[in-house]
Design a protein around this ligand. Structure first.
Ligand code: PGA
Length: 307
């Protein structure tokens, strides 16, 4: 094992976690032959095969399982060491990895501004994707912190309510229903509807409400982006349900309006989430506290200022 390198262990751990050479290569920005070669050399150093391929699936051998457990201990120790070093450096530099659902992108970058000014040595990566992909990243432990609307029930996480995330019905500003009060939910079935893509948390919440009330809307268009949906509404293609946060920069001259429909807004919350037992780095912990204190207030004030 003396010839094994830390890099090889990292490559092996990624392959074992994904059960795939291809996905490990993607995650590590390496080519697949490089990944295979690193694992091969590691197996040679161990003296036993680490994986076996049965059909299309990749399995760990007994030696592979032992090595994976050892790798996890090594990486945990290293992360503890990094935390200790970051403490010694007084949070001067480091990396913060965030993954947030698409609606949170209207808020989190604004909150990062003051935070990064306070700690200029911190580099941030912010992944913005839908509910389903956030859950995948969470399960794979790819980021420090996650923001999502519905914390998973089948995975042990620590989740903290952050800010309200009301879902509202949006229509073009001059829509015939724009001035009406308490529009019956069933009335929406007569309008062409624009829906988010499968895997979206917004879509799930909207579908649940419609199903509970036996309302079946005519989905005219399916789009994977809140911004594209806003443009489509403004272009007269139909109405939709989106987070109120998506209107953050609209101002009073917006071409969109919120319809007053019964059972709306759908009341939801954003949560700050991380896997239970995860050792948060000093930076992640500092940002977590910032979010739940100052960040919460800024986000809530911004939400209230939306027309
Ligand atoms: P989405 O998430 O981007 O997957 O729609 C938003 C939410 O769950 O509130």
């Amino acid at each position: 094992m003396k010839q094994a390198t830390l890099h090889q262990l990292k490559v092996f751990e990624a392959v074992a976690r994904h059960r795939s050479f291809t996905r490990a290569a993607e995650e590590l920005f390496l080519t697949q032959p490089t990944v295979s070669m690193q694992v091969k050399q590691l197996a040679k150093a161990v003296g036993l095969p680490l994986f076996e391929q049965i059909g299309k699936r990749l399995y760990l051998t007994a030696a592979g399982r032992e090595l994976l457990a050892t790798c996890q201990e090594i990486f945990e120790e290293l992360s503890r060491f990094e935390i200790a070093v970051a403490d010694l450096k007084g949070l001067k530099q480091g990396y913060l990895r965030l993954a947030v659902i698409t609606t949170a992108k209207y808020v989190i970058p604004r909150l990062l501004g003051p935070f990064c000014q306070r700690y200029p040595g911190i580099d941030v990566s912010l992944k913005v994707t839908n509910h389903e992909h956030i859950l995948e990243r969470l399960t794979d432990n790819q980021d420090d912190l996650y923001i999502l609307s519905q914390p998973p029930e089948d995975f042990d996480v620590s989740s903290h309510p952050f800010v309200e995330n009301p879902l509202v019905v949006l229509a073009p500003r001059h829509h015939p229903l724009a001035q009406k009060k308490n529009i019956p939910l069933k009335r929406l079935a007569e309008e062409p509807f624009i829906m988010r893509e499968p895997g979206s948390g917004t879509r799930k919440a909207v579908q649940k409400l419609f199903d509970e009330h036996g309302v079946s809307v005519k989905v005219k268009l399916e789009l994977g982006s809140n911004e594209a949906i806003k443009q489509a509404i403004a272009g007269g293609l139909g109405i939709s349900v989106l987070s109120r946060h998506t209107l953050a920069l609209e101002g009073t001259t917006s071409q969109l309006t919120i319809l007053d429909v019964e059972d709306f807004p759908i009341q939801r919350y954003w949560y700050v989430v991380y896997p239970t037992g995860k050792q948060l780095s000093v930076i992640a912990r500092t940002f977590f506290e910032y979010l739940l204190n100052e960040g919460k207030e800024i986000a809530q004030t911004t939400l209230q200022s939306i027309f």
